[in-house]
Design a protein around this ligand. Structure first.
Ligand code: PLP
Length: 392
């Protein structure tokens, strides 16, 4: 099938709810995608921070094929071996007291679970969230999302339990957390908002206030988790541990899976029947998640993310000073953003013409969240394209 036919079927039979680029891929290998006509692209988007092990990773392909041949799905009415093993693997990379896991199918669902857990375990009904955040598209996570563009047309959002503060404002945090606050939720680096990292002070203040005022601290690691920022979890760049952590995206190397992690004591607020999903943690998705963690440990990909990402950010900074079109290079590990204003979209197009995929977030920031297995020569390809673009 060629791209014209795919476009025709898409327009005829699919909801037109995505602003899709006119590209269609047939297969992938390592950090490269190949379109229907066989053209190769260097992919620095990685399914938006999903494909950390790149495409067609042999260990993932083997684990998924073997598991599919044995058992794809079984109900949570029964004990699920692969789910239990994936939970053990996840807890092995998380700091104490994060010792209990509930699996679901997406990032929004992971946040949904986290927020419900916080409300249930504290018996309180308000949540402090940050402006310019992104937490998902279900009604509660959309209500938690501090960006009107995602909410418009869906008001009144239910339930209206969120108190918004500026991301990073310690002063606003101090006045927002009260005796009615069940939780504070934020991302270690706002991803969709434009690759904006939180300060260590913001983390420390959130932790202290939650302890002092009896609220729970939720960190949304859907985009930043699983080694993306050079640590297993983005919060590990600060010296605090949250009460609840949410994950999805890179957790299953492309299999749809999310997870909510918390201390066992907090998790105990959910009794049998309190919360659940049909597919959450099914054998196929959890086999992929466990294998992802094993491969990442074996191949030291978290260290690689820190090392390569740190070096790349420096190179990008030295290139950026030349052209006057990049006002900031931000991020941690292999989650990097180039603040380029109006030029961001133009650079995305320019890179695409060179066979390089990047993505624009926050309307003005070129985001790079490549596979963590990316080769140095691929980073060089982007550097050359940026150099040329800035010199043009
Ligand atoms: C920080 C963050 N939280 C939640 C979500 C929602 O995840 P999903 O699209 O899997 O529901 C995203 C997706 O981009 C995200 O970046």
């Amino acid at each position: 099938m060629n791209i014209d036919k795919v476009r025709e079927l898409d327009h005829q039979f699919l909801f037109q709810n995505y602003g899709r680029q006119d590209l269609c891929f047939e297969r992938g290998e390592r950090e490269y995608l190949y379109d229907l006509a066989g053209r190769r692209y260097l992919d620095l988007v990685a399914g938006i921070a999903v494909n950390s092990l790149g495409y067609s990773h042999p260990d993932i392909v083997r684990a998924v094929c073997e598991q599919a041949g044995r058992l794809i799905h079984v109900s949570n009415l029964y004990l699920v071996k692969e789910q239990a093993m994936a939970a053990e693997a996840l807890v092995s990379i998380a700091p104490e007291p994060l010792g209990a896991v509930m699996f679901c199918n997406s990032g929004a669902e992971a946040n949904e679970a986290a927020l419900k857990l916080a409300v249930k375990s504290t018996g309180r009904g308000r949540v402090v969230s940050t402006r310019n955040s992104f937490h998902g598209r279900t009604s509660i996570t959309l209500s938690a999302t501090g960006q009107p563009k995602y909410q418009s047309g869906f008001e009144p959002l239910l339930p209206k339990i969120f108190d918004f503060i500026d991301y990073g404002s310690v002063e606003q945090l101090k006045s927002a957390v009260t005796k009615d606050t069940a939780a504070v939720i934020f991302e270690p680096i706002q991803g969709e908002g434009g690759v904006i990292p939180a300060s260590e002070e913001f983390f420390r203040t959130a932790r202290d206030l939650c302890d002092e005022r009896g609220a729970l601290f939720i960190v949304d690691e859907v985009q930043t988790g699983m080694g993306r920022t050079g640590r297993w979890f983005g919060f590990q760049h600060s010296n605090v541990v949250p009460d609840i952590v949410t994950l999805a995206k890179a957790l299953g190397s492309g299999l749809p899976i999310g997870a909510c992690l918390s201390a066992r004591e907090i998790a105990s607020a959910f009794k049998p029947g309190s919360h659940g999903t049909t597919f959450g943690g099914n054998p196929l998705a959890t086999a992929a998640a466990r294998t992802t963690i094993e491969v990442m440990k074996r191949d030291k990909l978290v260290e690689r993310s820190a090392e390569l990402g740190g070096r790349w950010a420096q190179e990008l900074r030295s290139i950026a000073v030349q052209g006057g079109k990049v006002s900031d290079v931000r991020g941690k590990g292999l989650m990097l953003g180039l603040e380029m204003g109006e030029e961001a979209k133009r650079f995305q197009e320019y890179a695409l013409n060179k066979g390089i995929l990047v993505n624009v977030c926050g309307g003005r920031v070129v985001r790079m969240v490549p596979p963590l297995i990316i080769g140095e020569e691929s980073m060089g390809e982007l550097n050359n394209a940026l150099r040329e673009f800035l010199g043009a």
